[in-house]
Design a protein around this ligand. Structure first.
Ligand SMILES: [Zn+2]
Length: 412
């Protein structure tokens, strides 16, 4: 009547319990409600076994189609990678132009060739001597395969005359080969009036206006990361959809302290984009609000210079595949391929530069496969969900893979 499954310890015990219940007292229990379930049955219920959430690795029993996408259907420009970093930083603020390198071109090119990745854009190229060195090391050594963006001189942001100096520095970076500007979430969440102390500097502070304008004048797109996943602004508790991720990286939480809300950060960013209509913005991580595509759509409708990139957010797009597909249809000319890939480390499998990472992105964009992992990892690193492909048609795929990025980057 209840069915007994062989083999599994817990179920076996349960079947034994059922066997001692007569039909008569079972019917009595039903008519009288749960309170009258025979004491003997309750006493013999097996104990629940505790299981640490971090040890839970359920294997899906779904037998669904798996498409192998080893290479992208069209050559890819990854607009969002990190191949070099500031050699020194404090409290989230880069403090030097000197660079530290995560990899050399020779380490990257075989993977790039294997997955049809034509160009990697290294966003964190820094400025000054460090930028010149990074451009030399990547862009000049393998023409067309690597491009480099510059970054603001945050360490000087409290000097008088910073606005003009930063504007001039963008022009110098352009001459030195930088193809765009990268703004990390340093702006809004880490940079303070005394650089690493004092009040947080506002994203729409006028001291950066010359920088945004210089980028527009020189046709250098601005890749901007403001804020973070919405769950990072909520308490790290049992209701938080990224509980495990935040528990593993407590310093990623922006709940409390003097941090602005997610909405305040996004609105300040939108004011900047609105105020500089000649400047093209590539708003990373799906406008930094992949959880709310209606919000991002509204911003894109209002601001034609608002473009987005999808790095590290296929976990959000792929669990709302129908909404995401409509989003790609509507904004097909303003969505860029990116992964946020870093060729080092183990902590963030959703962005470690390996072939498998690219193949997951391709599967998401090119196929209608169902319920697959968004990162090459035994435990989903951002949250416990899986994704569905959106099967983009060829014309949209081409634009997302390289057409939109080529247009924004302009001629070499
Ligand atoms: Zn990034």
């Amino acid at each position: 009547m209840f069915g007994c499954s062989p083999g599994v310890g817990r179920l076996t015990v349960r079947c034994k319990v059922m066997a001692v219940i007569t039909r008569r007292n079972w019917l009595a229990a039903l008519s009288a409600g749960a309170a009258s379930v025979p004491v003997r049955m309750k006493a013999q219920q097996p104990a629940r076994q505790p299981l640490d959430l971090s040890e839970y690795q359920p294997k899906s029993m779904l037998r669904v189609h798996e498409t192998k996408v080893d290479r992208a259907r069209y050559p890819v420009i990854d607009i969002h990678t990190h191949l070099s970093f500031a050699a020194k930083g404090e409290k989230g603020v880069p403090l030097t132009d000197a660079r530290r390198y995560a990899a050399a071109p020779a380490d990257l090119l075989p993977v790039m060739d294997a997955v049809n990745l034509r160009t990697m854009v290294n966003l964190t190229g820094g400025y000054g001597d460090g930028l010149r060195e990074a451009v030399q090391r990547f862009d000049h050594s393998s023409p067309g395969r690597f491009l480099t963006f510059t970054e603001p001189m945050y360490a000087r942001a409290n000097e008088s005359g910073y606005a003009a100096a930063q504007g001039a520095e963008i022009e110098r970076a352009h001459r030195d080969g930088a193809r765009g500007l990268k703004v990390l979430k340093t702006l809004g969440l880490y940079l303070r009036e005394n650089i690493t102390s004092g009040k947080l500097v506002k994203i729409d502070d006028p001291r950066f206006d010359a920088m945004w304008e210089a980028c527009g004048a020189l046709k250098m797109p601005v890749a901007i990361h403001i804020s973070d996943p919405a769950a990072f602004f909520l308490p790290t508790d049992r209701f938080n959809e990224r509980f495990e991720e935040l528990n593993n990286h407590p310093d990623w939480s922006f709940h409390d302290h003097d941090f602005p809300s997610n909405e305040q950060l996004l609105e300040a960013r939108n004011r900047v984009i609105k105020r500089h209509p000649r400047t093209q913005f590539i708003v990373l991580h799906v406008g930094n609000y992949a959880e709310d595509l209606a919000y991002v759509s509204e911003a894109m409708d209002r601001m034609p210079n608002f473009n987005v990139e999808i790095g590290a957010r296929i976990g959000e797009l792929g669990r709302q595949p129908r909404t995401a597909r409509k989003f790609f249809d509507r904004y097909q000319d303003r969505i860029l391929f990116g992964t946020d890939a870093v060729p080092e480390g183990k902590e963030t499998p959703q962005q470690i530069f390996v072939k498998e990472l690219y193949r997951i992105y391709y599967r998401f964009l090119e196929t209608e496969d169902e319920y697959f992992d968004y990162a090459p990892s035994p435990v989903p690193p951002q949250g416990r969900w899986r994704i569905y492909g959106i099967g983009l048609p060829d014309p949209i795929l081409k634009k997302v893979y390289n057409g939109n990025a080529s247009r924004l980057l302009g001629p070499a």
